[in-house]
Design a protein around this ligand. Structure first.
Ligand SMILES: Cc1cc2nc3c(=O)[nH]c(=O)nc-3n(C[C@H](O)[C@H](O)[C@H](O)COP(=O)(O)OP(=O)(O)OC[C@H]3O[C@@H](n4cnc5c(N)ncnc54)[C@H](O)[C@@H]3O)c2cc1C
Length: 382
């Protein structure tokens, strides 16, 4: 099995940014052993942001052109976040009309048991359980087998995957599953065994996917994918003391999507990592994910972890100011919601497809080769 490691120390995370080779990345990223960055758990959790990644590459002398593929990939996350901002809870339903009938709205048992019969996918699911990560192509294969071959609705399986991912990002996960299932794209995504073997280094033959692309849409559901079950997910949050807070200082609210050690680092403030049971009831995550979040929070000096609802923070009305970062899952926080750091802050519109969104981003890149450094200078000045 591939071994993935996700250290939680900020220094090691920055070292990981330093190791990116955007040229290798562009040509090998689709392969299981390609030069992918393994940065999504940190970007997703708001420890670092995509702008930091791009600026690090440009500061080493890589041209915008040689970084274009990685910038485009980073833009996918922003795109899905914009979709969530615009469509709100509608992203949890089919965004567009579906192409085919679904047979059930449960979880295929073979996902639970890593027994889909496709070797690369089963290994990928085992690694997901043990290590909390799955390569993008394996995610696509898993979603495609589940929805387009097994004819399950995408929603429950997407919750299953989200539960285990260290990089779980509600918008990216939900919209990517919909993209594969064809309810947020112009066609369903299919993969055959030849494609899987090519990108994963397996040599499997005679599986139910060992056919031409023309045959896949009309296939009957293979036995391996025919059993389904309901899904019960629960999050175990740590029991924590009520935080001790100084009501003369501002309150900074951190959460599972804002674990940025540099955020208002220079000011004296109350810093609370808020783990709201209501949030995790709605979007459950595994113990490994909770551990990871708490591990990452240790990079923030003076932070207190609090399992409880926002309204249970003592003296909430008394702080001179309350700050958090804007995020569709945390609209209910009081106080000022600061803008997240976007790669393309100007492109806020929700377009019908990623590629029409990307065209606008690309235009900005082409117009101004110093786009990113200009933005940093503006931010620093502001
Ligand atoms: C069914 C499915 C579910 C997914 N669920 C999630 C999820 O919950 N959280 C998540 O972060 N990604 C999700 N992805 C996207 C993608 O698989 C991961 O971001 C990527 O595999 C992370 O590994 P990496 O950092 O090594 O990727 P790299 O190839 O190194 O990519 C660089 C960066 O590009 C960004 N990126 C690329 N594609 C996407 C995308 N579709 N959505 C968001 N960011 C992207 C990530 O920030 C990633 O770190 C999903 C994809 C699919 C097909």
């Amino acid at each position: 099995m591939q071994q993935f490691t996700f250290p939680v120390s900020y220094t090691e995370i920055l070292e990981r940014i330093d190791k990116i080779d955007p040229i290798q990345y562009a040509t090998t990223r689709n392969f299981l052993d390609g030069a992918v960055t393994y940065l999504s758990p940190y970007i997703s959790r708001g420890v670092i942001n995509s702008q930091q990644v791009v600026e690090s590459l440009l500061s080493k002398g890589y041209s915008i052109d040689s970084c274009k593929k990685i910038i485009q990939e980073l833009a996918w996350r922003e795109y899905f976040q914009r979709v969530w901002q615009h469509l709100e809870d509608d992203i949890f339903n089919d965004i567009r009309k579906r192409y085919q009938q679904i047979l059930h709205t449960q979880l295929p048992v073979s996902l639970l048991k890593a027994s889909t019969g496709i070797i690369a996918v089963d290994k990928g699911i085992t690694a997901l359980y043990e290590q909390g990560y799955m390569h993008n192509h394996i995610r696509m294969y898993t979603a495609s087998i589940t929805t387009n071959i097994g004819k399950a609705h995408w929603q429950i399986p997407s919750q299953w995957m989200y539960y285990h991912l260290l990089d779980g990002d509600i918008a990216s996960n939900t919209c990517s599953w919909q993209w594969v299932a064809g309810t947020f794209s112009t066609k369903q995504y299919f993969c055959n065994q030849e494609n899987i073997n090519k990108y994963t280094g397996t040599f499997q033959e005679n599986s139910y996917l060992d056919r031409s692309y023309d045959e896949l849409p009309a296939m009957t559901v293979p036995q391996e994918l025919s059993k389904s079950t309901s899904l019960q997910l629960k999050t175990s949050l740590p029991a924590t003391p009520v935080p001790e807070l100084d009501s003369s200082l501002p309150l900074l609210i951190y959460n599972s999507y804002n674990l940025d050690p540099l955020w208002h680092k220079e000011i004296a403030a109350n810093r609370v990592l808020l783990l709201e049971p209501s949030h995790f009831n709605q979007y459950p995550v595994s113990e490994k994910v909770v551990e990871f979040i708490i591990g990452l929070s240790k990079n923030i000096p003076g932070l207190q972890v609090f399992t409880g609802e926002i309204k249970n923070i003592p003296g909430l009305q008394q702080f001179p100011a309350i700050f958090s970062k804007e995020h569709p899952a945390f609209k209910h926080y009081p106080g000022k919601k600061e803008e997240r750091t976007w790669l393309f802050p100007e492109v806020t519109s929700f377009n019908n497809s990623f590629f029409s969104y990307w065209k606008k981003c690309e235009k900005l890149l082409m117009k101004n080769n110093t786009y990113f450094s200009m933005y940093t200078i503006k931010q620093k000045a502001g």
